[in-house]
Design a protein. Structure first.
Length: 299
């Protein structure tokens, strides 16, 4: 299982190429690149390639936290990006909350939470809130609240061939400029196929057992991304919206149209324009997070 730090998942060699997804080094010729059903890519003359596509949730590729998480008790979350917690020692500390949403059902005072600690001594807030233990109808479980992880999780899953809908490409680039002053999360290429634009959205809302929803608050930025994808699809490219669910008990997914009707309308328009929508759930533990299986979307 691959370990990751929150700043980067790349090796020293890969860091020289910020738009290349980390992968596994292939044994074949360094000058070759795969074109027969799975994608590969080159880094410093080395070919990288994923395993064969698979959706078997018992064989996921986990991204491990770089150090053991610290338990704490949530006291309050405020100003969106801050939270006060009590450590087992009784000390109260303020931690970073990397989540701009409402976090409905996830931020109740007294909740058991898990924190990571930054290795950077200069960082103003040493801890980040990563997980919360809640009962969403299927018993106590961990939910990932850090919205900074889904892109790294998706990159790992694509490289491992875990997302069948996104296999079959020769190269993958990240954070590529497109549309009207936007950056797409992933741009997949194959010489024999249209380019594929992929946007990732983190999902952590569940108001009914087994049913994950997005968004948990109004997201004008999310609606803009749907519009950009629709433009790409209308122009002949492939465009995919991937909802990544950090709730292990999720069995289905749908839009929370009652929370953001404008996003729902943008989603419908994007679908009519040819944008694809897929949803995958993760398995979470205090050791790491992994993308494990697709879930159906209720439209």
């Amino acid at each position: 299982m691959r370990s990751f730090a929150f700043t980067s998942t790349r090796t020293a060699a890969e860091s020289s190429f910020p738009n290349v997804i980390p992968g596994r080094r292939a044994a074949a010729s360094p000058e070759s690149i795969l074109t027969d059903g799975v994608y590969g890519f080159r880094v410093l003359g080395l070919r990288y390639a994923p395993a064969s596509p698979r959706n078997d949730e018992s064989k996921g590729t986990a991204m491990q936290f770089p150090a053991p998480l610290l338990p704490a008790t949530l006291l309050r979350r405020y100003k969106r990006f801050l939270a006060d917690v009590e450590l087992p020692s009784g000390e109260t500390v303020t931690v970073h909350c990397a989540n701009p949403g409402a976090m409905t059902g996830l931020n109740a005072p007294g909740s058991r939470v898990w924190l990571s600690r930054s290795a950077k001594a200069s960082r103003k807030l040493a801890h980040s809130w990563e997980l919360v233990e809640v009962d969403l109808g299927a018993g106590a479980e961990l939910v990932g609240i850090n919205t900074g992880h889904p892109n790294a999780l998706a990159a790992e899953a694509i490289a491992a061939g875990l997302i069948g809908e996104l296999c079959g490409y020769e190269s993958v680039r990240r954070e590529v400029r497109y549309g009207s002053n936007s950056r797409v999360d992933f741009l997949l290429h194959h010489v024999m196929r249209p380019p594929c634009y992929v946007e990732i959205k983190n999902v952590h809302l569940m108001r009914a057992p087994g049913l994950a929803e997005f968004p948990d608050s109004v997201t004008k930025r999310g609606a803009k991304h749907l519009g950009e994808l629709a433009t790409m699809a209308a122009g002949g490219s492939r465009a995919v919206m991937l909802f990544l669910i950090q709730i292990g008990s999720a069995q289905r997914f749908k839009l929370a149209r009652d929370i953001d009707s404008a996003y729902g309308a943008a989603f419908d328009a994007a679908r009519r324009a040819g944008v694809e929508a897929i949803a995958y759930r993760c398995r979470l533990s205090c050791a790491g997070i992994e993308v494990v299986a697709p879930v159906p979307i209720e439209e």
